[in-house]
Design a protein around this ligand. Structure first.
Ligand code: ISL
Ligand code: CA
Length: 554
């Protein structure tokens, strides 16, 4: 595999609205990100993915763009963004822009013109179809619940929105739309960004032969045959000729499509591996089956590693802005602690590929369960709640479901210190700070040897070690001890170099046999383990592991 600069990326995702407020309006902004670049350098980060900051009415937190070429005033100015790129560059950090080209906001000028004349030039910029009297054109559903069609005034026309009603889908079949978007992408690349995270990029093509009544209600808009022509053209006309790092947000492609999407000449540099994000103990399917879920996740994780090795490098993620925090997805509340958070992070971080962390993960921020529906903010959350009620679920049960599944758990303001509102702002924040900010914050972890933040710093240093870096990125992942359902153990091997990662996912201590003699412990999440390579195995190789203990050795 040809070496690329982004192969040694240690990525960090910022949801800027909740990162740091600097102009006293209770909303995170771009200067707030710039102010913390030194914190990111100290952590060991070299790639920064910022969620959308373009002009937006914020119906979907900026994933509904009303002007691609302007920065939304709530986040700052174009000068602020250019300064961020420059200051990050000085520190060896490349900035990726989160780009949304599947849809615009309903406030985009193109859409306003389309609404004035659905059959005119701008009507062809969107997916507009005639309904049947009062019924939408077909049964297509939105990812956020309900019909994917919205009637245009009292006409017989409907426009498609596979996400919120404020996010009309662009008509990618229209070459004029594609060219407008390519020109826009090139304007951003010319501003010196390191690349893009391409939002919802596998939904661009819709299949009108598919009435949406099939097994997968979203097959009409997901990985539809022929989408590759759009993706190939977009790459060739924008980032392809440049040395850009482009991550596709893609779900559900077939294994045989892996190289087409993320191989040497794929549409994207890489894609996210969402395996670890799909498991939540609180859902009815996995309720009280934490052990089975953790094993299922492990087996799926290893299957992906095997399929991908030597063909592509995926981005390994445990947390993002769309998913509740990891420890609470994998463990009951009483086991959400330093050990589960550190073990889960490292288990994913040392797989083959490119690791991405999410803001707050490094200090162990947690979900923030709400008592009332009006404490939530997100349109998608309210849709999920309404859908539950429509299904006859009680209000209490519907709220309980949100406290397990709502993506807003990952969107509480970052907890910098124990001052009011966690140092995020000196005004009432747009969204409630988790009350545990007094205990969980960066300030009280930054200098402590035994803090999660220090563990994350050491974890990143182990990954960046000169003699091991290529092993972690390109090495083969070989699972072992798979017969022990609560052990996640894999060897990483590249040529003669080897290293081993062992996790005891059980909440009880256990004993395992490791044939390899442990020569050096590279990382552990139990402090007394750090420097005891010689006597942590008995003469036969038996080693006892504490609850949720992680051990990395060579
Ligand atoms: O494909 C899906 C389900 O299999 C969805 O995961 C979909 O691809 C995903 O929800 C897209 O999310 C992204 O686009 C949304 C936005 O709300 C999310 O925050 C963003 O991550 C619409 O722009
Ligand atoms: Ca602000």
């Amino acid at each position: 595999m040809k070496r690329k600069w982004w192969h040694s990326a240690i990525g960090y995702q910022v949801y800027p609205r909740s990162f740091q407020d600097t102009n006293h309006d209770g909303i995170g902004d771009i200067p707030g990100v710039t102010d913390h670049l030194d914190d990111l350098v100290r952590l060991g980060i070299n790639v920064l993915w910022l969620c959308p900051v373009n002009r937006s009415p914020m119906m979907d937190s900026g994933y509904d763009i009303s002007d691609y070429d302007k920065i939304d005033p709530s986040f700052g100015t174009m000068e602020d963004y250019e300064r961020l790129i420059e200051e990050a560059g000085k520190r060896g950090i490349r900035v990726l822009m989160d780009m949304v080209v599947n849809h615009t906001s309903c406030e985009h000028p193109w859409f306003r013109k389309a609404m004035e004349d659905p059959e005119g030039e701008y009507g062809a910029y969107y997916v507009i179809r005639k309904g049947k009297k009062d019924d939408p054109p077909n049964g297509w559903r939105s990812f956020f619940g309900g019909s994917a069609w919205e009637r245009i005034g009292d006409t017989n026309f409907y426009y498609l929105h596979i996400f919120t009603v404020g996010q009309p889908d662009l008509n990618w079949e229209n070459p004029q739309v594609r060219q407008e978007l390519y020109d826009m992408l090139n304007r951003w690349l010319d501003r010196g960004i390191g690349g893009f995270r391409m939002d919802s990029i596998n939904h661009l093509k819709k299949n009108f032969e598919d009435d949406g009544e099939g097994e997968n209600p979203f097959s009409y808009c997901t990985n539809v045959e022929g989408i590759g022509e759009f993706l190939r053209e977009m790459k060739d006309k924008t980032y392809g000729p440049r040395n850009s790092f482009v991550i596709g947000e893609v779900n559900g492609i077939r294994p045989d499509q892996l190289e087409e999407y993320a191989g040497e000449n794929g549409y994207f540099s890489t894609m996210f591996d969402f395996t670890c994000m799909r498991y939540r103990i609180g859902t009815s399917f996995w309720k009280e089956k934490g052990r089975k879920m953790r094993k299922a996740c492990r087996d799926e994780m290893f299957r992906v590693q095997e399929k991908v090795w030597g063909k592509a490098l995926l981005c390994n993620v445990m947390e993002n802005h769309d998913t509740p925090r990891a420890a609470e997805r994998f463990y009951q509340q009483e086991h959400v602690n330093f050990y589960s958070k550190s073990m889960l992070a490292a288990m994913d971080f040392f797989l083959g590929g490119i690791p991405f962390l999410y803001q707050g993960q490094e200090i162990g921020m947690t979900d923030y369960k709400k008592d009332r529906i009006d404490q939530f903010k997100d349109f998608a959350t309210f849709r999920l709640y309404e859908e539950s009620l429509e299904q006859g679920i009680s209000k209490e049960e519907a709220l309980a479901r949100l406290n397990v599944e709502s993506r807003e758990h990952a969107r509480t303001p970052v907890q910098w210190d124990d001052s009011p509102w966690g140092g995020f702002s000196d005004r009432i924040p747009w969204f409630d700070v988790n009350p545990n900010y007094r205990e969980i914050n960066l300030a009280n972890q930054k200098t402590r040897e035994d803090s999660l933040y220090t563990f994350f710093r050491e974890m990143i240093q182990v990954r960046k070690k000169e003699e091991l870096q290529d092993l972690w990125i390109y090495g083969e992942t070989k699972p072992f001890l798979e017969n022990l359902e609560e052990i996640i153990a894999y060897e990483r091997r590249l040529g003669e170099r080897q290293a081993w990662v062992v996790c005891n996912t059980s909440t009880e201590k256990t004993e395992i046999l490791i044939e390899e003699r442990i020569r050096e412990i590279l990382l552990g999440n139990y402090p007394d383990r750090r420097s005891q390579a010689e006597n942590c195995q008995d003469k036969d190789g038996r080693i006892s592991l504490k609850p949720m203990e992680l051990l990395i050795f060579c």
